[in-house]
Design a protein around this ligand. Structure first.
Ligand code: WTA
Length: 663
């Protein structure tokens, strides 16, 4: 393995203008004094990992206590909290009402067109009970699957919780996905019910949504045979041509809303499947990742409490993810609600009606804890600091980042401009498969480094190893593995045990480790840096170089707002580094000069071996609806190939812009 330079904080380009580079950010004494976490959390976990997890599990209410923490002889098929029974929804709703907290707001919902609703825990209990009663009345039984294809409306969360309450396994499909994607997921899970809305607001315009369900479910010979009902929430009231299948389609208003708000829950086994969430693999059809109840809720609940330093009754939490992704499941639904949190659910995009939207919401609701993806931070940087600067963000006390490596430049900007150098940042590494946060600083305990996820959380064990499974030396790149099972681990791929074993457990089968598919390294101080997917690691003349590191270096150049880097096939060097960059607003230096500056900047920042062969200045980058840059497509552009599948892109026309830039 090649040693990749670790000059992340000593690079001149990252230096603030006053020259005061700060490599490490210790927590402030004020934060430490009030933090939920202390260093003893690591000590307890290290002393007896299973006992530690048993303690965390007991933060939940169990109807029947578990008698074994972990059952692992049948690895990689885990059972956590064996013998225990609980109801996930009752843990998220009923127990807060029973404890006299029914009047607390669970959800401040903010609709895109400016409408809003505040929903208390008591009201949430009523809604969840109504939906549970209706679902029972149409014959759904524990173990049946329900597909949820909805924008960010409160009914989406009500539906998820009602499924949990009845032991129905939900499968949320992001409402930006196509009818084809929905159909394949409905078929794979054999869903009996699809819950949707008539339409959704996107960038201030109502767009039909049920129409996509009709298209997905088909008719006649082509009909999705598993689906018995389609339940429709009225959201936009704006689809005059809406199709209606008598007997199959029902309005929420006529059914759920008319049902009784009283419902007795039943407890389910700790290993009862809670949800499926489909995620794309490197090849083939999407994988239905299976999560179960007790272990999943234990770890989402635990991480929410400690990683976000949650203070019940005081904090207002906002996670900017969509419920269509795992972040939305764990930190919009199960983590916050199991802790009795008050949170924001925002329906729209960050620039509807304008770029002030997020900051207005923070100001209006006094948001204390804000958890978003680096791509949004870089977008804010592109829009400029005058926008956040024109708002009172003093309620914020903790910031989080998730979804991709955060480059030190964006980290510092986030800390300075959004957090006013007051708020700790938690950079949380995890995956759909891991269910909850795994590697992250603990606020009030960890001294953080910009761009590093720092260390596995208490109770979690990770390692960075080479091809043979040996731990790599500091500075060297290796594979990130999880060498001990964890409570919210995936329990499998729906209907495909072989693929489950093959994808995650075969790479280090001998050792029995989970292969995360990410590259990582330790620095000299033992801090852990996640470098991005292995498939995004380039090999140039035998040197391993992470696309994320080159991107980070490029974004460290003053003119660059965002960068995407790919390894394009090169006859001489194996791969050549090709970069696509978006400039910041107001840069008018000629492109040739800028490109040569950027190349030498990367050379200095990382190493001459990381210098891009080609840099393209482009107006947009192709992104999936979850905000991930589609590097595969950029590779096609760079290599002059036919474009691969563009169906998951937000805006397929960006390619014309990129191509015209290159010609
Ligand atoms: C990447 C999202 C670096 C990583 C929760 C992982 C990150 C993939 C981070 C999972 C982070 C997520 N730093 N990389 N803090 N968080 N990733 O399944 O490559 O949508 O494997 O889960 O995102 O993406 P997923």
């Amino acid at each position: 393995m090649q040693i990749v330079s670790t000059t992340e904080s000593s690079s001149p380009a990252d230096a603030p203008e006053d020259g005061s580079v700060q490599a490490v950010y210790p927590p402030s004494p004020e934060f430490v004094a009030q933090a939920n976490a202390g260093p003893e959390l690591y000590e307890h976990a290290d002393a007896d990992r299973l006992k530690f997890w048993a303690t965390q599990a007991r933060r939940l209410d169990w109807d029947t206590d578990f008698d074994q923490v972990l059952d692992w002889p049948d690895a990689p098929f885990a059972k956590w909290f064996v013998g225990g029974k609980l109801n996930v929804a009752a843990n998220c709703v009923d127990r807060h009402v029973a404890a006299g907290k029914g009047d607390r707001v669970a959800i401040h919902w903010v609709g895109e067109p400016g409408d809003s609703r505040d929903i208390t825990y008591s009201q949430l209990l009523d809604e969840v009970s109504r939906a549970a009663n209706y679902f029972t009345s149409i014959g759904l039984e524990a173990g049946d699957r329900v597909a949820i294809y909805m924008p960010m409306v409160p009914e989406a969360i009500v539906t998820m919780l009602s499924c949990a309450r009845l032991g129905l396994t939900h499968s949320v499909v992001f409402a930006g996905f196509s009818a084809t994607a929905l159909r394949s997921r409905v078929d794979d899970a054999q869903a009996k019910l699809v819950v949707t809305t008539d339409g959704q607001f996107r960038r201030e315009k109502p767009a039909p949504l049920k129409a996509a369900v009709d298209e997905a479910l088909g008719t006649g010979d082509d009909a999705a045979e598993s689906v018995e009902h389609v339940l429709v929430v009225r959201r936009t009231n704006h689809d005059p041509d809406m199709n209606w299948v008598e007997g199959r389609d029902v309005w929420w208003d006529d059914t759920v809303a008319e049902s009784s708000p009283k419902h007795e829950y039943e407890a389910f086994d700790s290993e009862h499947p809670l949800f499926l969430l489909y995620t794309s693999g490197t090849t083939g059809k999407p994988k239905g990742i299976v999560h179960t109840s007790g272990g999943y809720l234990t770890q989402t609940s635990y991480t929410f409490h400690y990683v976000f330093d949650h203070k019940e009754g005081r904090d207002v939490f906002w996670c900017g993810a969509d419920i269509g992704w795992v972040t939305g499941h764990s930190y919009l639904v199960y983590g916050p609600l199991s802790n009795g949190a008050t949170e924001i659910i925002y329906e729209g995009t960050p620039n509807s009606p304008n770029e002030h939207r997020h900051f207005e919401v923070i100001e209006k609701y006094g948001v204390t804890t804000y958890y978003i993806a680096p791509t949004l931070i870089r977008t804010f940087m592109k829009w400029g600091r005058t926008i956040p600067d024109s708002h009172d963000l003093s309620s914020l006390r903790l910031l989080g980042s998730v979804g991709e490596p955060i480059n030190p430049e964006a980290w510092r900007w986030y800390r300075d401009v959004i957090g006013h150098n007051r708020c700790p940042i938690v950079d949380t590494w995890w995956q759909t498969e891991t269910g909850s946060a795994m590697i992250s600083p603990l606020p009030g305990v960890t001294a953080t480094k910009p761009g590093s996820a720092m260390a596995p959380l208490p109770g979690i064990s990770a390692n960075i190893v080479d091809d043979d499974g040996n731990k790599v030396a500091p500075g060297e790149q290796g594979y990130l593995v999880l060498d001990q099972p964890w409570p919210s681990m995936l329990r499998g791929i729906w209907g495909d045990d072989e693929r489950f074993k093959d994808t995650y457990w075969s790479r280090f089968a001998e050792q029995g480790w989970y292969f995360a598919g990410d590259g990582a390294r330790y620095d000299e101080d033992g801090a852990l840096w996640v470098l991005g997917r292995i498939d995004d690691v380039m090999n140039v003349s035998g040197h391993r170089i992470s696309t994320a590191e080159v991107e980070s270096a490029l974004v460290g150049h003053h003119a660059v707002a965002e960068a995407a880097v790919i390894g394009a096939t090169d006859a001489t060097t194996g791969q050549g580094i090709v970069a696509f960059v978006i400039l910041r607003e107001g840069i008018d230096t000629d492109h040739e000069t800028l490109i040569s500056e950027m190349k030498s900047h990367v050379s200095v920042d990382i190493s001459p071996i990381a210098k891009p062969r080609e840099i393209n200045i482009v107006p947009e980058l192709p992104k999936t609806r979850s905000g991930k840059i589609m590097r595969r497509l950029l590779r096609d552009v760079a290599e002059g190939n036919e474009l691969g599948d563009t169906s998951t892109l937000v805006d397929p026309t960006v390619f014309e812009a990129i191509r015209s830039q290159r010609s």
